[in-house]
Design a protein around this ligand. Structure first.
Ligand SMILES: Cc1cc2nc3c(=O)[nH]c(=O)nc-3n(C[C@H](O)[C@H](O)[C@H](O)COP(=O)(O)OP(=O)(O)OC[C@H]3O[C@@H](n4cnc5c(N)ncnc54)[C@H](O)[C@@H]3O)c2cc1C
Length: 396
């Protein structure tokens, strides 16, 4: 049997890449450093551009069973809750070929994992960390840390889908200039039981509240039983920044809310969150190349982005689809397919990295600039605001 394409990381990107490669007739070996494959907490919005791809991989039925389809997105002025525009999502299927959905992260991850485990061309191993590797023409030799030992594994290619602090990227581009950079913004995330939330927020709708210097997004998950709340605030860098996830008590968040001064009902929703996770947001400059020979990058490893267009996972899914398509169309070696893949994907992913950053600046305007923005949103209305995102949701 021929050696597999090795994928480092069993996140949304790595698992979708395995399914896409398997569809193209390739064997995939997914190595995940965590002892158990599971996503922690919180929710994902999966926009139609990614939803179409997941459906195309045959996942529609299990995904529909765990997804919630918000009927609308309300864009609100954060200080008083006024709805500036209501974006109707009910005709997303007709317009973009897939619904706009939200998932509990663990549910989406499980659907992808179960599909991968059921596929005879895919092997998934947890507790296996990709360490160093050497790439030669047509093959890659990897050292994989599993249990107390180190194992040598051969692949015909290596896909680094190992997230923001990608070890594969670190070896492809061993330069200090490429280190992740703290954005100055932090996400606080909590899941609030719906019965504790103000009644007005239990509707099947997403809400975006824009505040000077921050914003809040919330939407219901799991048949409306919980509400995913994300609060974005400016926070100074600190020593703990190196870690992506920290669990803290709410005192720090309370201080951040003093600065944001959200509307009373939004504050009530935030105060109903008992366990907050603190998530400093990092970026890395867009790269001109993701591949070297038989090694390439995918998802956050290739193009981490600020989450303000809710496209990080969606772009990982687009990467995965393009990777499989490159093999399918070229029937080629990893080197040729990876070169074609990056050519297709780098312009769009880099554009979205930059647009995501600008979107944060736009949400966080203050004073007269915020007033002008709010007037413009009212003038555009829900239809106009959705049309502004058509470039994201269209067929890649
Ligand atoms: C607050 C917030 C909200 C967001 N909301 C959305 C949203 O609504 N919609 C959306 O599309 N995106 C959203 N995103 C972005 C999204 O979370 C990421 O873009 C997405 O999870 C990236 O997936 P990935 O598979 O590339 O990386 P990851 O999910 O980071 O997975 C990488 C995997 O690789 C493993 N790994 C790491 N190193 C190694 C190694 N050496 N060997 C083996 N395995 C390794 C890790 O354990 C991990 O399982 C949001 C992000 C944040 C921070």
């Amino acid at each position: 049997m021929s050696a597999p394409i090795v994928i480092a990381g069993a996140g949304v990107g790595g698992l979708t890449a395995a399914l896409s490669l398997a569809r193209a007739g390739k064997r995939a070996l997914v190595l995940e450093r965590a002892p158990k494959i599971e996503e922690v907490g919180a929710g994902f919005q999966i926009a139609p551009n990614a939803g179409r791809i997941l459906a195309g991989l045959g996942l529609e039925e299990p995904l529909a069973a765990v997804a919630l389809e918000p009927q609308a997105i309300n864009i609100r002025r954060g200080r008083d809750g006024a709805v500036l525009a209501k974006l109707d999502l009910t005709d997303s299927r007709a317009r973009w070929g897939a619904p706009f959905r939200v998932y509990h992260r663990a549910d989406l991850q499980q659907v992808l994992l179960q599909a991968a485990l059921a596929h005879e061309a895919i092997e998934v191993r947890a507790g296996a960390r990709v360490g160093s590797f050497e790439a030669r023409a047509g093959s890659v030799s990897l050292r994989v840390h599993a249990g107390d030992g180190v194992e040598e594994i051969e692949g015909v290619g290596l896909v680094g889908a190992d997230g923001l602090r990608s070890a594969v990227r670190g070896r492809l581009l061993p330069t200090e200039k490429d280190a992740p950079v703290y954005s100055g913004l932090t996400a606080w995330r909590a899941l609030v039981p719906a019965e504790l939330a103000p009644a007005v927020f239990r509707a099947r709708e997403s809400n975006l509240w824009m505040l000077p210097g921050g914003h809040v997004v919330h939407y219901p998950l799991r048949d409306g039983s919980i509400i995913n709340v994300v609060v974005i605030v400016a926070e100074p860098p600190r020593q703990s920044e190196g870690a992506s996830i920290l669990s803290l008590d709410g005192a720090q968040l309370a201080r951040a809310l003093e600065r944001l001064r959200p509307a009373a009902e939004l504050r009530a929703l935030i105060e109903a969150g008992a366990s907050w996770r603190h998530w400093p947001l990092f970026g890395r400059p867009p790269l001109e190349s993701w591949s070297q020979g038989a090694v390439t990058l995918l998802g956050d490893a290739a193009h981490p982005m600020l989450p303000f267009l809710a496209q990080g996972a969606a772009q990982a899914i687009e990467d995965a689809e393009a990777l499989g398509r490159a093999f399918l169309q070229l029937g080629a070696t990893a080197e040729t397919a990876f070169a074609a893949y990056q050519q297709i994907r780098i312009p769009r992913a880099s554009q979205i990295v930059r647009a995501s950053r600008r979107q944060g600046d736009y949400f966080h305007l203050a004073g007269p600039a915020a007033l002008g923005r709010d007037l413009a949103i009212r003038a555009l209305g829900g239809r106009g605001m959705l049309a502004r995102n058509a470039w994201l949701y269209r067929q890649p």
